[in-house]
Design a protein around this ligand. Sequence first.
Ligand code: PLP
Length: 388
Amino acid sequence: MIPYGKQDVSQADIDAVVEVLRSDFLTQGPKVPEFERKVAQHVGAKHGVAVNSATSALHIACKALGLGKGDWLWTTPITFVASANCGLYCGAQVDFVDIDPHTYNLSPKALESKLKKARLENRLPKVLVAVHLCGQPCDMEAIHRLSQQYGFRIIEDASHAIGGKYQGEFIGNGRYSDITVFSFHPVKIVTTAEGGMALTNDDELASRMDLLRSHGVTRDQNLMTHEPDGPWYYQQVELGFNYRMTELQAALGISQMDRLDTFVARRHELARRYDELLAGLPITTPWQHPDSYSGFHLYVIRLQLDVITKTHRQVFESLREQGIAVNVHYIPVHTQPYYQRMGFRQEEFPEAMRYYTEAVSLPLYQALGYGEQDIVVAKLREVLHDGN
Ligand SMILES: *Cc1c(COP(=O)(O)O)cnc(C)c1O
């Protein structure tokens, strides 16, 4: 079976983790801050706050921005459920904005018309989660302009996009957002097994997220309500969580970060190769906006179902039967039963629904060989032409 994604773990990665196992700290030691500095420096952000998942990072990002009961969080329906759930964790309500048919990212045009309507109904969002689907950045300049006009805050869910660039600058530098979140799940570009990070240039937001990831407890006298009772003293000043990353995870992340640029370059090489090899087939290959240098977490094709004699499901199943572990990213979040119970109608987001009926993620990961990629292409060609 050729998987759709797979981690790339080197001997240096293994050695780095083993070294931590032999050290004094398995958690709350020097590796986590070192990892935070390394990622923040690489992407050009002032602060990095490492946590145990991107889901946790999204949660504390929303909380740090003050999202709560009576507020709205908006995001795209074409994402993993975590991009929306973080709003519900905070007691806020969630709504969606339809996607752009070319990039499959949240459409700034759809956003603008929804904002105009929301202003009249007095239900403007407090937070927008912009998801860089497949690693291709959203139109952040347009989204940022709308945020100034309508007064909402921006979280970039860059779970797919570490190492990618927007307008020539690394995603995560925060030029057009308040907080950017990365995921280090093994299918993503860089892994810490489980893990995530929230990046920001705002000292206040960084300090709030730092508190929230560790019980809301501080040893910093400046954050306390009175002088410490003694050298043992700490204070809980917020209701936080245990979202800490371990030293083992951070060591793996530090070692992986050394190869980030080569990881992304390799993904681009494979994507370019897919573009060439798939030319002429009844599918749409991923269009790339000239402002973007994708992280290329995913390579998603769309089936031209009016030309193909098979259904989306038949193509998917045939490829799986032939040992190609294709996938679909994503089932529109608003169609999930949990969200359906909130009253979303499927037809509210027609571009997202159309995308869902056509999208297939082909295998893409650093270690994918040309030979394996050729097999994927040959099988796809066979499946698409078979019966035509
Ligand atoms: C993977 C993913 C997440 C969640 O990441 P975890 O680290 O597994 O919590 C959130 N958003 C998107 C878009 C993702 O792909």
